[in-house]
Design a protein around this ligand. Structure first.
Ligand code: G
Ligand code: G
Ligand code: MN
Length: 529
């Protein structure tokens, strides 16, 4: 707004100049009249007639007129040039302060706005919060539907957020870059406005978006940071909101979290564990534990699932949820997977050839097209026939990038490796995914088996088993803890079972002890992990 007014300044200037010129001319004329200059000139001309002064005056008058016309035109082009320059200056300023794709203000504007809002709120006894918004599942939109579709999504989402912000007093929205947006919010103390706004943002982001190829849907995870006092700057608040947003992502996405100091402690622990993990993998501190998988109703051990454990010299035995996601974030997951796989192949040498080895692959590893070749190489070096390997992939992995999952599965299956769909029922895979990808086995998540304990809750498990068999897959039930579970599953013709009834994940030595037990004794004789 301010810049638009200033574009008219040159016209003001030229008007001033003209006025000055007219005044001078008028004053000169008045002086000339007052001192009878024209009469004196006439007399001078008559006295010195032979000098032809009148012609000289005429020439002077004509060239004076030309000079005025030329300088007027020059003035005009000068004004046009100034207008042009100021317009491009305006454009440069707009570009430096706004995001080209969505037209929203950028990080700099947000930071400036934050400083003003903080001081204003302080004077008025109000509060300020910073919300950081990161879209979920945006990368697959770009990868699968192309960047044009990605741009459409960002624009549509930006407009939705902007409309919400316009209807909210004391809010200001910016795009930080990529799929990140942020907003500064002023609110009354004690009001739940920040979380309400965060909830609305999550909801708006989840609504489907039409693109050329139909429609896509993304989501948003939001982190909220509350400004305490006048010291904190925009960068610190954005950092805190980012930490909180990361917690929202870890808690299943499409949700929001408020920053707490404990989150910083958590972050410090994670970075400490990350540093320790870098040493621990080559040092062999991460080992596979094995949980038996049995046939039904024969109770024969048909395989073991390798489940990572960190035997930490100081912290003790750590379960995988303490370090797998750290390994994923730190880019260590491939190294970890192959260290475990090599060790598991060595352990499996002591098992009967009919006993298979199941390993888990993280969804992030599916992005690596070299993965099948690397797995096959490790299995080859470890002396395990590929037919004895089962690779477990979770639903979230295949949904995130279907094409990548398909490539990896095809390559592994060509070599004889079996593929299992892990934790089935907890993700968002559709029946068409199951049909399309041709898994060898589906593993029913333990939450369904747990619920089956109550009466009338067998229907879902029955349906999953029926579907699995219909698509030519073996079905494994996870989390089998009771004889009741087992007989119900046997009745439903479930192929394999796994769970505490037969043994918790335990060491390679314990796996050998289980194999040495007479058939049907497994599960009766409990081993302590
Ligand atoms: O063993 P436990 O129930 O604590 O395992 C928790 C989760 O960690 C399981 O979902 C399992 O799939 C995962 N997990 C265990 N070992 C590995 C591993 O070696 N690699 C990956 N990617 N995940 C694992
Ligand atoms: O997601 P995945 O299937 O990879 O997870 C396997 C994990 O499930 C094992 O690491 C183990 O800790 C856990 N688990 C195995 N059997 C049981 C069971 O019977 N009950 C419960 N609650 N958890 C189990
Ligand atoms: Mn598994």
């Amino acid at each position: 707004m301010k810049r638009q007014v200033s574009s008219f300044a040159p016209w003001k200037r030229i008007r001033k100049d003209t006025l000055a010129l007219l005044c001078t001319a008028f004053l000169s004329a008045a002086l000339a009249v007052r001192f009878e200059a024209f009469e004196s000139l006439m007399r001078l001309a008559e006295t010195y007639e032979r000098w032809e002064l009148d012609e000289l005056f005429s020439v002077m008058l004509i060239s004076g007129t030309f000079a005025i016309i030329i300088s007027f035109r020059r003035g005009r082009s000068l004004v046009a040039e100034i207008v042009r320059r100021e317009a491009s200056e305006d454009q440069a300023i707009t570009q430096a302060r706004h995001d080209a794709l969505t037209g929203l203000p950028n990080r700099r504007v947000l930071a400036d706005h934050f400083v003003a809002a903080k001081e204003r709120a302080h004077r008025a006894g109000r509060e300020v919060a910073v919300l950081l918004i990161d879209l979920d599942r945006f990368k697959p939109v770009n990868d699968i539907h192309g960047h044009v579709a990605g741009d459409i999504v960002l624009n549509v989402i930006g407009k939705r957020f902007q409309r919400l912000v316009e209807a909210t007093r004391g809010a200001m929205l910016a795009r930080l870059g990529g799929d990140e947006f942020a907003l500064v919010l002023e609110y009354d103390p004690g009001s739940d406005k920040p979380v309400r706004l965060a909830g609305q943002i999550v909801q708006l982001a989840g609504e489907s978006i039409p693109v050329a190829a139909g429609s896509v849907s993304v989501g948003a995870s939001v982190g909220i940071a509350h400004c305490k006092g006048l010291e904190a700057d925009a960068d610190e608040l954005l950092r805190q909101a980012d930490v909180a947003m990361y917690h929202a992502k870890r808690h299943g996405r499409a949700t929001f979290r408020s920053f707490e100091d404990a989150m910083d402690a958590d972050l410090r622990l994670r970075s400490q564990l990350e540093a320790e993990l870098r040493q621990a993998i080559p040092a062999g501190e991460i080992v596979p534990f094995y949980q038996p998988i049995l046939s039904v109703p024969g109770r024969e051990i048909v395989g073991f699932e390798s489940l990572a454990r960190w035997i930490h010299p100081v912290r003790g035995l750590l379960p995988p949820d303490n370090f797998i996601s750290i390994a994923e974030d730190a880019g260590l997951i491939d190294e970890l997977t192959f260290a475990l796989l090599r060790r598991a192949c060595a352990d499996a040498q002591a098992w009967p050839a009919s006993v298979k080895l199941s390993i888990n692959i993280s969804p992030v590893q599916l992005a690596n097209p070299q993965l099948p070749a690397q797995i096959l190489q490790a299995v080859h070096e470890g002396g395990l026939a590929p037919e004895r390997l089962i690779v477990e992939i979770t639903e979230s992995g295949i949904v995130a990038d279907l094409d990548a999952a398909r490539h990896i599965m095809t390559e592994l299956k060509k070599a004889g490796v079996n593929i299992a769909l892990d934790d089935f029922g907890t993700g968002y895979s559709s029946l068409s995914h199951l049909h399309d990808l041709q898994f060898d086995c589906v593993k029913i998540d333990r939450s369904f088996i747990k619920r089956m304990a109550g009466s009338g809750n067998e229907e879902l498990v029955k349906a999953i088993i029926g579907m699995g068999h219909g698509l030519g897959m073996r079905v494994t039930a996870e989390g089998v803890e009771t004889e009741g579970n087992l007989s119900a599953l046997a009745h439903l013709k479930c192929n394999h079972v796994q769970g505490f009834l037969f043994g918790a994940p335990s060491t390679a030595a314990d796996a050998l002890k289980l194999l040495a037990l007479p058939r049907r004794a497994v599960g009766k004789l409990r081993l302590v992990a």
